[in-house]
Design a protein around this ligand. Structure first.
Ligand SMILES: [Cu+2]
Length: 215
Protein backbone atom coordinates (compact mmCIF):
# COMPACT_ATOMS: atom_id res chain seq x y z
CA UNK A 1 0.00 0.00 0.00
CA UNK A 2 2.76 2.42 0.89
CA UNK A 3 4.53 1.72 -2.36
CA UNK A 4 1.33 2.22 -4.29
CA UNK A 5 0.88 5.54 -2.52
CA UNK A 6 4.37 6.61 -3.54
CA UNK A 7 3.71 5.66 -7.13
CA UNK A 8 0.49 7.60 -7.10
CA UNK A 9 2.23 10.63 -5.68
CA UNK A 10 4.90 10.38 -8.37
CA UNK A 11 2.26 10.04 -11.07
CA UNK A 12 0.54 13.19 -9.81
CA UNK A 13 3.80 15.13 -9.56
CA UNK A 14 4.74 14.62 -13.20
CA UNK A 15 1.82 16.59 -14.70
CA UNK A 16 2.44 19.36 -12.14
CA UNK A 17 6.07 19.64 -13.18
CA UNK A 18 5.10 19.57 -16.84
CA UNK A 19 2.66 22.40 -16.15
CA UNK A 20 5.37 24.45 -14.46
CA UNK A 21 7.69 24.01 -17.44
CA UNK A 22 5.11 25.06 -19.98
CA UNK A 23 4.18 28.13 -17.95
CA UNK A 24 7.85 29.12 -17.78
CA UNK A 25 8.11 28.95 -21.54
CA UNK A 26 4.92 30.92 -21.96
CA UNK A 27 6.21 33.90 -19.94
CA UNK A 28 7.97 35.77 -22.77
CA UNK A 29 4.84 35.61 -24.94
CA UNK A 30 1.77 37.79 -24.30
CA UNK A 31 -0.33 34.75 -23.33
CA UNK A 32 -0.37 35.88 -19.75
CA UNK A 33 -3.64 34.18 -18.80
CA UNK A 34 -1.86 30.79 -18.72
CA UNK A 35 0.89 32.19 -16.48
CA UNK A 36 -1.51 33.85 -14.06
CA UNK A 37 -3.42 30.61 -13.70
CA UNK A 38 -0.34 28.55 -12.74
CA UNK A 39 1.54 30.96 -10.42
CA UNK A 40 -1.04 31.02 -7.62
CA UNK A 41 -1.08 27.20 -7.57
CA UNK A 42 2.65 27.07 -6.76
CA UNK A 43 2.25 29.73 -4.07
CA UNK A 44 -0.53 27.75 -2.43
CA UNK A 45 1.75 24.71 -2.35
CA UNK A 46 4.56 26.71 -0.74
CA UNK A 47 2.43 28.46 1.88
CA UNK A 48 2.49 25.79 4.66
CA UNK A 49 6.33 25.71 4.59
CA UNK A 50 6.57 29.49 5.01
CA UNK A 51 4.05 29.54 7.86
CA UNK A 52 5.84 26.74 9.71
CA UNK A 53 9.26 28.42 9.59
CA UNK A 54 10.44 30.06 12.84
CA UNK A 55 10.43 33.86 12.94
CA UNK A 56 14.15 34.07 12.29
CA UNK A 57 15.93 35.21 9.21
CA UNK A 58 19.24 36.36 7.83
CA UNK A 59 20.11 39.31 5.62
CA UNK A 60 23.36 39.56 3.67
CA UNK A 61 24.75 42.94 2.59
CA UNK A 62 27.97 43.80 0.78
CA UNK A 63 29.75 47.16 0.96
CA UNK A 64 31.75 47.86 -2.18
CA UNK A 65 34.22 50.69 -2.78
CA UNK A 66 33.67 53.26 -5.52
CA UNK A 67 36.59 51.70 -7.37
CA UNK A 68 34.89 48.31 -7.42
CA UNK A 69 31.84 49.74 -9.20
CA UNK A 70 33.83 52.16 -11.42
CA UNK A 71 32.40 55.22 -9.65
CA UNK A 72 35.27 56.90 -7.82
CA UNK A 73 34.53 57.89 -4.20
CA UNK A 74 31.04 56.39 -4.39
CA UNK A 75 30.99 53.43 -2.00
CA UNK A 76 27.70 51.55 -1.88
CA UNK A 77 25.78 49.10 0.28
CA UNK A 78 24.31 46.32 -1.85
CA UNK A 79 21.41 45.92 -1.77
CA UNK A 80 20.69 49.31 -0.24
CA UNK A 81 16.98 48.52 -0.04
CA UNK A 82 16.21 45.32 1.82
CA UNK A 83 13.33 43.70 3.66
CA UNK A 84 13.12 41.94 7.01
CA UNK A 85 10.16 40.16 8.59
CA UNK A 86 8.14 41.96 11.26
CA UNK A 87 8.25 40.76 14.88
CA UNK A 88 11.20 38.52 14.17
CA UNK A 89 14.81 37.94 15.10
CA UNK A 90 16.96 38.99 12.17
CA UNK A 91 20.71 38.52 11.84
CA UNK A 92 22.39 40.89 9.40
CA UNK A 93 25.74 39.91 7.90
CA UNK A 94 27.70 42.73 6.26
CA UNK A 95 30.79 42.03 4.16
CA UNK A 96 32.76 45.26 3.70
CA UNK A 97 35.67 45.70 1.29
CA UNK A 98 36.33 49.37 2.13
CA UNK A 99 38.99 51.14 4.23
CA UNK A 100 38.35 52.87 7.57
CA UNK A 101 37.79 56.60 8.11
CA UNK A 102 38.90 58.56 11.17
CA UNK A 103 35.84 58.83 13.42
CA UNK A 104 37.62 60.16 16.54
CA UNK A 105 36.26 63.73 16.25
CA UNK A 106 34.02 64.72 19.16
CA UNK A 107 30.87 64.84 17.02
CA UNK A 108 31.64 61.57 15.25
CA UNK A 109 32.74 59.19 18.00
CA UNK A 110 29.13 58.40 18.97
CA UNK A 111 28.76 56.52 15.68
CA UNK A 112 31.53 54.11 16.61
CA UNK A 113 29.31 52.72 19.38
CA UNK A 114 26.79 49.93 18.80
CA UNK A 115 23.18 50.63 19.80
CA UNK A 116 19.89 48.96 19.03
CA UNK A 117 21.20 45.45 18.38
CA UNK A 118 20.78 42.43 20.64
CA UNK A 119 23.30 42.98 23.45
CA UNK A 120 24.29 46.31 21.87
CA UNK A 121 27.16 44.47 20.21
CA UNK A 122 28.43 43.45 16.79
CA UNK A 123 30.68 40.56 15.88
CA UNK A 124 33.60 41.52 13.66
CA UNK A 125 35.63 39.03 11.69
CA UNK A 126 38.46 40.38 9.52
CA UNK A 127 38.96 39.13 5.98
CA UNK A 128 42.53 38.75 4.79
CA UNK A 129 43.33 40.95 1.76
CA UNK A 130 45.94 38.44 0.66
CA UNK A 131 43.53 35.52 0.91
CA UNK A 132 39.90 36.73 0.96
CA UNK A 133 38.59 33.31 1.93
CA UNK A 134 40.70 33.35 5.07
CA UNK A 135 38.82 34.78 8.04
CA UNK A 136 40.53 36.26 11.07
CA UNK A 137 39.51 35.87 14.69
CA UNK A 138 35.93 36.89 15.46
CA UNK A 139 35.44 39.49 18.18
CA UNK A 140 32.20 40.64 19.79
CA UNK A 141 32.38 44.37 20.49
CA UNK A 142 30.21 47.21 21.77
CA UNK A 143 32.37 49.89 20.12
CA UNK A 144 34.82 49.85 17.21
CA UNK A 145 38.14 51.71 17.26
CA UNK A 146 37.32 55.35 16.35
CA UNK A 147 40.66 55.84 14.54
CA UNK A 148 40.93 52.70 12.45
CA UNK A 149 37.93 50.47 13.14
CA UNK A 150 35.02 52.06 11.29
CA UNK A 151 34.41 52.24 7.57
CA UNK A 152 30.70 53.02 7.38
CA UNK A 153 27.64 52.78 9.59
CA UNK A 154 24.15 51.43 9.21
CA UNK A 155 22.14 53.94 11.22
CA UNK A 156 18.38 54.18 11.68
CA UNK A 157 17.72 56.93 14.26
CA UNK A 158 13.99 56.06 14.36
CA UNK A 159 14.86 52.62 15.76
CA UNK A 160 17.81 53.74 17.89
CA UNK A 161 19.99 51.57 15.66
CA UNK A 162 23.63 52.44 15.05
CA UNK A 163 25.90 49.77 13.67
CA UNK A 164 29.51 50.67 12.86
CA UNK A 165 30.84 48.55 9.99
CA UNK A 166 34.43 47.32 10.31
CA UNK A 167 36.85 47.68 7.39
CA UNK A 168 37.81 44.64 5.31
CA UNK A 169 35.73 42.02 7.01
CA UNK A 170 32.38 40.73 8.17
CA UNK A 171 30.31 42.69 10.67
CA UNK A 172 27.39 40.65 11.99
CA UNK A 173 24.59 41.75 14.31
CA UNK A 174 21.14 40.65 15.39
CA UNK A 175 18.03 42.78 15.80
CA UNK A 176 14.51 42.12 17.01
CA UNK A 177 12.09 43.70 14.58
CA UNK A 178 8.74 45.15 15.60
CA UNK A 179 5.69 46.13 13.63
CA UNK A 180 5.69 46.60 9.89
CA UNK A 181 7.06 49.85 8.56
CA UNK A 182 9.57 51.51 6.29
CA UNK A 183 12.78 52.94 7.69
CA UNK A 184 15.51 55.00 6.05
CA UNK A 185 19.02 53.99 7.01
CA UNK A 186 21.97 56.35 6.58
CA UNK A 187 25.74 55.97 6.83
CA UNK A 188 27.09 58.51 9.31
CA UNK A 189 30.76 58.30 8.27
CA UNK A 190 31.74 61.19 5.98
CA UNK A 191 32.75 58.73 3.28
CA UNK A 192 31.31 60.62 0.31
CA UNK A 193 32.36 63.48 -1.94
CA UNK A 194 32.28 67.22 -1.10
CA UNK A 195 31.11 69.07 0.89
CA UNK A 196 33.17 67.54 3.71
CA UNK A 197 32.57 63.99 2.59
CA UNK A 198 28.84 64.38 3.14
CA UNK A 199 27.80 64.75 -0.51
CA UNK A 200 27.43 62.35 -3.44
CA UNK A 201 26.82 58.81 -2.18
CA UNK A 202 25.88 60.06 1.30
CA UNK A 203 22.76 61.78 0.01
CA UNK A 204 21.91 59.39 -2.80
CA UNK A 205 19.66 56.38 -2.17
CA UNK A 206 21.37 53.24 -3.46
CA UNK A 207 24.80 54.12 -2.06
CA UNK A 208 25.18 55.31 1.54
CA UNK A 209 21.49 55.46 2.32
CA UNK A 210 18.55 53.22 1.61
CA UNK A 211 15.40 51.69 2.99
CA UNK A 212 14.83 48.83 5.40
CA UNK A 213 11.30 47.57 4.95
CA UNK A 214 9.82 45.66 7.87
CA UNK A 215 6.98 43.57 6.50
CU1 LIG B 1 29.63 55.31 4.31
Amino acid sequence: MLRLGGLLAAAVAIPLLAGACSSGKAQPTPQSSTVVATVPASKVNAAPTVAAAPAKSDVYLVVVTGGMIKKKDWPAVLPSDFSVPANATVTVHVLNFDDPDDMSAADMVQYTKVTGTVGNTVTVQPVSDADPNKLGTAQTLSQLDPKTGVSHTLTIPQLGLNVPIAPHGWTTFTIHTGAAGSYTWQCMVPCGTDPNGMGGPMITPGYMKGTMTVA
